[in-house]
Design a protein around this ligand. Structure first.
Ligand code: GDP
Length: 427
């Protein structure tokens, strides 16, 4: 049978406007958790998407057309309808530019009501976990973005426990997902698992610090870690290169594996392959963040104004910001989610199942031992009862013998007396 190729699918919507492209693809921030709308940062609202009507095959004309070639379209429509969820954890000490970068990446203002701790508070401060959610929509695709911040991380003098808060949070989300998955309403599970952890390294060190290594070592098997050198405008090109090299060396020496970029498919086009190579070569991303829009040579850019000039955050010569955004949002978001599901969550699930089965085995062993000992006890109780019954039987039998003897004696006495009376009467 000859299969006619189906007609090519129509474009799903209009291509993004220049504004949307310049804004890294995120077109509009619909709402934040507290219901407020987006920040004053430029946000471009696009037209609602135009979905193509699936072409119904005409059986008269295309007899050989089966129709399964529309399957990708069906999957696409379903996913778009359902929307997407993504959880990003941001870890690093205060002041490294985490909130600025997150706001720049997603064109939102997630940190409006932020209160900075004073020095005394910081000495005692323990690491907390703060969760902020915003719904973003771009060309009809809805994304529920959750940013998990860890204020206080590394701030206290004793920051040994900082990593514990992060690992606990990640494990709790896995545990919740595991419980939901084993429950009844599996269709509506909210996925709060952490899909990516952006770990901020300060630009002023020579490489990773002991506390960075401590945390990364504990997290790298639980979550996709992506290293980011914050405030990279403090370093010149050679310094950035050297710092990156030393960080990578440290990771290798400590056998730490960060998120592994998937291999690029051989059938991808050359531009994509080139972009993939550049992304891989940029790790760890050296970023500069800013929420200020400046005008440079008649063009509006997101940047930082210094007395000697402007750092254009989106200029690849100045920072890896665009590369990080491309990686995180445009090219690898789904792979980060897949790796979380297939690798990190699977590890957690396997551990849980093994713990549950070990517990069940222990319980069964205990039950068996209990039942054996209770059976033995039962046997012992039975034999004791039997012994007592036998004793009682014996006693009853002896008493019956005595009674019989007594009755016999009474009878004889009675007879003798009767005989005596008879003989008296005879006389
Ligand atoms: P967080 O505590 O890590 O969330 O840091 P913030 O985002 O609040 O930034 C702390 C300070 O650093 C603010 O004054 C920011 O304007 C500034 N800042 C943020 N990003 C950068 C950057 O890339 N370079 C420089 N030089 N300063 C930055």
């Amino acid at each position: 049978m000859k299969h006619q190729p189906p007609p090519p699918p129509l474009p799903l919507s209009q291509p993004p406007t220049m504004g949307a492209t310049a804004a890294g693809g995120v077109a509009s921030v619909i709402s934040t958790m507290n219901g407020s709308s987006s920040s004053g940062i430029e946000a471009v609202k696009c037209r609602p998407p135009i979905y193509p009507k699936p072409k119904t095959p005409s059986f008269d004309k295309d007899r050989d057309y089966i129709g399964f070639a529309t399957l990708p379209e069906q999957v696409h429509r379903k996913s778009v309808k359902r929307g997407f969820e993504f959880t990003l954890m941001v870890v690093g000490e205060s002041g490294l530019g985490k909130s600025t970068l997150i706001n720049s990446l997603f064109l939102g203002d997630l940190y409006k009501n932020r209160q900075m701790p004073n020095v005394e508070e910081r000495i005692e401060k323990t690491t907390k976990v703060e969760k902020k959610t915003m719904d973003i929509e771009e060309r009809g695709v809805r994304l529920r973005l959750t940013v998990v911040d860890t204020p206080g991380f590394g701030d206290a003098i004793n920051c040994e426990d900082s990593w514990r808060v992060c690992t606990q949070y990640i494990d709790e989300q896995f545990r919740q997902y595991f419980t939901d998955e084993s429950g009844l309403n599996r269709r509506n599970i909210q996925d709060n698992r952490v899909h990516c952890c952006l770990y901020f390294v300060p630009p002023w060190g020579h490489s990773l610090r002991q506390m960075d290594l401590d945390l990364i070592r504990r997290l790298h098997l639980k979550v996709n870690i992506v290293l980011v050198i914050g405030k990279a405008d403090c370093l010149n090109k050679q310094e950035v290169r050297k710092l990156k090299e030393r960080i990578l060396q440290d990771l290798e020496d400590n056998h730490i594996q960060l998120y592994q970029f998937p291999e690029c498919d051989s059938d991808e086009d050359d531009d994509f392959k080139q972009q993939d190579r550049e992304l891989k070569a940029s790790i760890p991303f050296a970023v500069v963040g800013s929420n200020t829009i400046l005008e440079v040579a008649g063009k509006k850019v997101r940047g930082r104004q210094y007395p000697w000039g402007v750092v254009n955050v989106e200029d690849p010569q100045h920072s890896d910001f665009i590369k990080l955004r491309t990686f995180l949002i445009s090219t690898h978001m789904q792979d980060l989610k897949d790796t979380t599901q297939d690798v990190h969550y699977e590890n957690f699930r396997a551990q849980c199942i093994s713990q549950i089965s070990q517990h069940a085995l222990r319980e069964r062993g205990k039950l068996k031992r209990d039942s054996i000992s209770s059976t033995n006890g039962f046997d012992a109780a039975i034999s004791e009862t039997d012994r007592l019954l036998l004793q009682k039987d014996e006693e009853i039998r002896r008493m019956q013998d005595m009674l019989t003897q007594m009755q016999e004696k009474l009878k004889q006495t009675h007879l003798m007396e009767m005989k005596k009376n008879d003989s008296v009467i005879d006389v």
